[in-house]
Write a protein that binds this ligand. Sequence first.
Ligand code: NDP
Ligand code: MG
Length: 399
Amino acid sequence: MSVARQRLVVLGATGSIGVNTLDVVARHPERFEVLALSAQRKVDLLAEQCHQFFPRFAVVGSDAAADRLKGILRQTNTPTTVLVGVEALETIASLSEADTVMAAIVGAAGLRPTLAAARAGKKLLLANKEALVMAGPVFMEEVRLNNVMLLPIDSEHNAIYQSLPREHSSNLLDNGVRRILLTASGGPFREMPWEDLEAVTPDQACAHPNWVMGRKISVDSATMMNKGLEVIEAHWLFNAPGERIEVVIHPQSIIHSMVEYADGSVIAQLGNPDMRTPIAYALAYPERIEAGVEPLDLCRIGKLDFERPDLNRFPCLRLAFHALARGGNAPAVLNAANEVAVESFLEGRLSFTRIPAVIEHALSCVDWRDIATLNDVLEADAAGRDAARHLAASLPPRQ
Ligand code: NDP
Ligand code: MG
């Protein structure tokens, strides 16, 4: 019996998550049809992807990129229609023919298209954690109103999803859950002497010991802000209060997270650190499909280590717990200031150790407000960016 193919839109197709998504999709042409792809600048890669998957639409970030893409597609006889800009991203995220949207744009730029997919009631595969962190209440309300099937791509949240009862209610305690144990590798600087941190370069920060990822999330992993954003992400996805989320350092990244139940049971999901596992899980849910991932060889790995995070070395994690406890616009301000600080660091304008100071400054000087609408979220984002830019510009660059 032939089953209708799942029609897929990939937002951020040229990024690390986007490329891994298309790798899984290419293994199952009988299951998936690619309807639309997006990129910001990487026109050559997007053109190759269009030639391989023949999507109906491709969206890029500027007219110049669109002209270049059209030129390449003409030469290769690829019949994809090229569109430009944020509104076009919202259009492809809500196409009536689409079943599933992979939200894999990095940062706040992904918010509007990801929300559009939720409003259109699509099956939503969420990698773009920043969208959920900044707009938690607004985003989850759209998910509820439109009956969205929301599947986490972040490996930790995907592991938690797999470790919760399949038909879990929105109240964790009703399911006997005591705690969520969010694992963290600790990034490349877990053991680096303090005095050396000041001088680390963007390339050192992006050399993650276990995962190959985009540059922004790689820096977030090095500061552990990534784990902080993930604590807030877990709060919204699983309706878990901050006190029930514990971060555990696990340098091998084999256990992707755990759920502890009232009877003392701890359920974990394990696997090699390869994003194709959570991507394939979410694409095929509730079935399981081949993802091209190496089988886990526990005897070769030998041992799994765990330790508590050092909040002095990683103040960003403390700041994220603080923003979650404060609620309202605080997570959006935290996220915005972090994006500014990380960009400044990547461009050599800010030293690694000043990233938390920029975020703390933004949190302390933006007035607390409640968040009820998209406009509130955008205001908090703009205020957080302004405050962060102001301080970042006055700090010395890397020595
Ligand atoms: P990348 O930087 O590798 O890719 C980002 C994608 O978004 C690219 O397609 C990029 O286009 C596009 N993009 C960048 N800026 C904009 C913009 N302003 N408007 C529209 N599109 C834009 O990021 P990752 O794939 O690593 O991460 C994507 C998301 O997934 C992030 O939110 C990250 O936190 C999350 N995530 C990633 C994981 C990973 O393993 N990589 C793991 C867990 C979560 P172009 O290439 O043309 O610049
Ligand atoms: Mg993660």
